[in-house]
Design a protein around this ligand. Structure first.
Ligand SMILES: [Zn+2]
Length: 275
């Protein structure tokens, strides 16, 4: 089989046996792909400083020998090393969140050039922008759209009216394109702590903004944390499991001691009761 070259962004590296590595990247032409890099644990030249998370690479690979076999990664050239991400822990965490979302919301060998473009855009922004904590939120909003899970953040799913005040997330509502928030009028009992209208509108505005204009979208930290909490809760329901990088990033964003107060305040249980 002849060698094929393509561009990709490394998402995950794991040792495999005594001397090999398993590399998973999002490839501009293949989509998400996992390949075995033979001898990569001991290679001094071929893969040195290249097979690292978030590196943008030109990859040289061979397809599997059988339909169920692994791809073979033979060589790689650095396009952008992403060193700042590995030197600064907060940036590393933000990029880890983005990589994990990409791993969880894409399928192996299901290529979508828009996902590759979005991933490169988000990792570049987390590497170079000063207010880089915005980008896990923006990435998640755009990835949900590409995966067909865009949440409707503009109306209450119970009464169908446009949201004009704070609202709570209802984990019982997960159909793509459906509303996932319930307004205060539709919640029984006294007014509940909820996601603020400012946070809801900021997330809705980001949903409909181009990648270029998202760089200009500034939001108070409180709104970012609330919107990230909402999307995290929504993604958790879709995936039926947690995201590993999320709790640590959340603590950094909200400060130690903030705990899960904001998250709890925007959550309803499956019977519509505020948790
Ligand atoms: Zn309502």
């Amino acid at each position: 089989m002849s060698l094929v070259a393509s561009e990709g962004l490394m998402l995950r590296i794991a040792p495999h046996g005594e001397s090999d590595k398993l590399a998973t990247w999002y490839d501009a032409r293949l989509g998400r792909v996992t390949a075995i890099a033979k001898g990569a644990q001991k290679s001094k030249k071929r893969f040195m400083n290249k097979l690292e998370p978030f590196s943008q690479l030109r990859l040289f690979w061979r397809p599997p020998r059988s339909p169920s076999g692994l791809y073979f990664l033979e060589d790689a050239e650095l396009v952008r090393p992403g060193l700042a991400l590995r030197r600064e822990y907060p940036r590393f965490l933000a990029a880890s969140c983005i990589a994990e979302l990409c791993l969880r919301f894409t399928r192996e060998l299901d290529a979508d050039p828009r996902v590759f473009q979005l991933l490169v855009w988000a990792v570049d922004a987390v590497t170079g922008q000063s207010r880089f904590f915005r980008y896990p939120l923006f990435f998640q909003l755009k990835l949900l759209e590409l995966a067909g899970y865009t949440p409707n953040l503009s109306v209450c799913h119970r009464c169908g009216r446009p949201l004009t005040g704070p609202a709570c997330f209802d984990p019982g509502r997960q159909e793509p394109g459906g509303a996932i928030l319930v307004c205060q009028r539709c919640l029984p009992g006294p007014p509940k702590a909820a996601l603020s209208l400012q946070s809801i509108r900021m997330a809705g505005y980001a949903q409909h903004s181009s990648l270029d204009s998202l760089h200009k979208l500034q939001a108070p930290s409180r709104c970012l944390v609330e919107a990230l909490d909402l999307l995290h809760a929504y993604s958790q329901c879709l995936l039926q499991s947690d995201l590993h990088a999320w709790p640590v990033l959340r603590r950094l964003l909200a400060g130690e001691g903030a705990g899960s107060e904001t998250r709890a305040s925007i959550m309803l249980d499956r019977h519509g009761k505020v948790l």
